[in-house]
Design a protein around this ligand. Structure first.
Ligand SMILES: *[C@@H]1O[C@H](CO)[C@@H](O)[C@H](O)[C@H]1NC(C)=O
Ligand SMILES: *[C@@H]1O[C@H](CO)[C@@H](O)[C@H](O)[C@H]1NC(C)=O
Ligand SMILES: *[C@@H]1O[C@H](CO)[C@@H](O)[C@H](O)[C@H]1NC(C)=O
Ligand SMILES: *[C@@H]1O[C@H](CO)[C@@H](O)[C@H](O)[C@H]1NC(C)=O
Ligand SMILES: *[C@@H]1O[C@H](CO)[C@@H](O)[C@H](O)[C@H]1NC(C)=O
Ligand SMILES: *[C@@H]1O[C@H](CO)[C@@H](O)[C@H](O)[C@H]1NC(C)=O
Length: 494
């Protein structure tokens, strides 16, 4: 994707560290500048105005003289430099998503005024995308296990897979795998802010990017000019509450999808919501007996040749993310479900990792460093599964929970806890009412952990709101540019 050799040529002179700063991010002026150069040709044909930047940071912020890694970013320069306000950092979530494809479309994504007046910075989190990406063994990653095992053999296979997979990432990458947590990422952002010579931070975080943003806000409250968190995570939820909220919000949005689908011309099913849910239930029951064939994956070899019930549930959740707007997925979900009923479930098949540089790996260490691992017991998992299944008949538990971290060889370092975010300017929280991934409940939970925030509610469906390109984006942009905020608890429709 990105040639690190080319970036190494840009490597900054090592930062000068003082003992007083040893346990946190040093104060300004201790940092090297971010070095920019033309992006490598692997980026393809970028329009004018883009360049690539790099900065070295320690793998372990508590050991600033230790081994370093290189953070890298794609920057889109403000198109009207004479009206430039500053830099705007963007993180699309995941965890483990690269911002590069979004920044490549910066003008469309952020609109004219914001891209005229801000340098837009797509800094990939450490270990992800263009920032010293991790390597792992694809063989372990590709092993199929049940994340909700029903017997000891399945349970042992689950534990073994993630133990070995994690170990392989460590063996092939090194200690970075133990330092990809959101606290480290927030400190990296601070290093970059200083390395750009910016006075204050402007930040837009979607989804998992909201956890990065809130972590930054707790550590460096006074360094923020504007911050928008959209599709919010609540890092204080215990496991049962997490699973309950996930299943509840998934079931609610699935039902709303079926209500939309029947009458919609974009969706192949014609019946009532109840009739479409019956088709859904039957499809899942069938997949539970025997994985459904995915013939186009069998041909391409890039995804699994068949699809289990758990895999369908996982894929469908992410296809509920965008009802409308440029990223629209509800139309694709209708078509994929229809094909699945006709014998081709390829639309729901898991992507396979084809080599040790697969981008599919990059979120896993982050999740297992940011969230406490579930108890290693079959009984506990069966209990959780039964609990959810009794409440939500169409999706049952509907989410992996944290089960990929059972067996993960490295403990959580950024423990689940309430944040205490004080001394920031007003942070704008945006959440849709029916977000199937980051529930409105989480936005309200997070709001209680921030002293100075405004909640903007989008009455509608899907995950994140800036991405719908409607009123929410206009309001966020007005805040970035003019620092004008809506009244607290404003409700918009788009
Ligand atoms: C972006 O702006 C900076 C600062 O003015 C300048 O040095 C750089 O060459 C610009 N990059 C591009 C690609 O225009
Ligand atoms: C990782 O390396 C250690 C030490 O060389 C080795 O014992 C272990 O089997 C390796 N694990 C994996 C999953 O490759
Ligand atoms: C839905 O209705 C259209 C038009 O009446 C028809 O062509 C199509 O086959 C129907 N779809 C299903 C899944 O029954
Ligand atoms: C790994 O596979 C991806 C496709 O998934 C490909 O784009 C990339 O070039 C491959 N990398 C290496 C190092 O072979
Ligand atoms: C909240 O932030 C605004 C600026 O955005 C500031 O004027 C106000 O004093 C802050 N309130 C508190 C309680 O810090
Ligand atoms: C910022 O304020 C100006 C003047 O009121 C207005 O014309 C402009 O549209 C605002 N910008 C955004 C992004 O809303």
């Amino acid at each position: 994707m990105f040639s690190l050799q080319i970036l190494s040529a840009l490597m900054a002179v090592p930062a000068i560290w003082t003992v007083a700063h040893a346990r946190s991010v040093p104060a300004s002026s201790s940092f090297s500048q971010v070095k920019f150069a033309r992006c490598p040709s692997s980026f393809g044909d970028l329009d004018s105005g883009f360049d690539c930047g790099a900065l070295e940071v320690p793998i372990d912020w508590d050991n600033p003289y230790g081994e370093k890694i290189q953070l890298a970013m794609l920057r889109h320069n403000a198109t009207k430099p004479e009206q430039r306000i500053g830099s705007l950092f963007f993180n699309p979530g995941g965890p483990g998503y690269s911002s590069v494809p979004y920044i490549e479309g910066a003008v469309q994504l952020f609109g004219d005024e914001v891209s005229d007046r801000f340098d837009i910075i797509g800094l990939d989190p450490r270990g992800v995308g263009i920032s010293s990406p991790i390597k792992c063994d694809p063989e372990y990653y590709n092993q199929r296990v049940s994340l909700w095992p029903s017997n000891q053999i399945e349970f042992d296979a689950l534990v073994n897979k993630y133990a070995k997979f994690g170990e392989s990432c460590y063996n092939m990458t090194g200690p970075l795998v133990k330092h990809m947590d959101s606290v480290s990422v927030a400190k990296d952002i601070e290093a970059i802010r200083q390395g750009l010579g910016d006075e204050k931070l402007n930040y837009l975080g979607l989804s998992y990017g909201t956890l990065i943003g809130q972590t930054y806000a707790e550590l460096f409250p006074q360094n923020i000019r504007t911050m928008v968190l959209d599709g919010n995570m609540d890092h204080s939820t215990d496991l049962i509450s997490y699973l309950t909220v996930k299943s509840f919000t998934y079931e609610t949005e699935l039902v709303r999808f079926t209500e939309w689908c029947g009458p919609s011309k974009e969706c192949p099913f014609n019946g009532t919501s109840a009739a479409i849910l019956k088709i859904w239930d039957d499809l899942l029951a069938k997949a539970d007996k025997k994985p459904l064939p995915a013939p186009s994956c069998k041909v391409s070899g890039t995804c699994r040749a068949d699809v289990t019930r758990e895999e369908i549930l996982n894929s469908v959740n992410s296809m509920l993310w965008f009802k409308s707007g440029p990223f629209q997925t509800w139309n694709k979900l209708g078509k994929a479900l229809y094909s699945a009923t006709k014998g081709d479930a390829s639309g729901f098949s898991d992507t396979l990792a084809l080599n040790s540089s697969s981008t599919s790996f990059q979120g896993q260490p982050v999740s297992c460093l940011d969230w406490d691992h579930p108890e290693e017991s079959l009984v506990a998992l069966k209990y959780q599964h039964e609990l959810a299944s009794s409440q939500w008949p169409h999706v049952k538990i509907g989410d992996d929970g944290r089960n990929k971290c059972i067996g993960w060889p490295f403990p959580a370092v950024n423990k689940v806890r309430r944040a205490n975010i004080i001394g920031t300017p007003r942070i704008l929280l945006i959440n849709s009412q029916f977000d199937p991934s980051c529930s409105y409940i989480w936005a309200n939970g997070l709001r209680d952990q921030i002293q100075n925030s405004t909640l903007l509610t989008r009455k509608g469906d899907g995950h994140t709101s800036y991405t719908v390109f409607g009123e929410s984006r206009d309001i966020a942009n007005n805040y970035f540019v003019n620092m004008t905020l809506p009244a607290d608890n404003t409700i918009v429709n788009s």
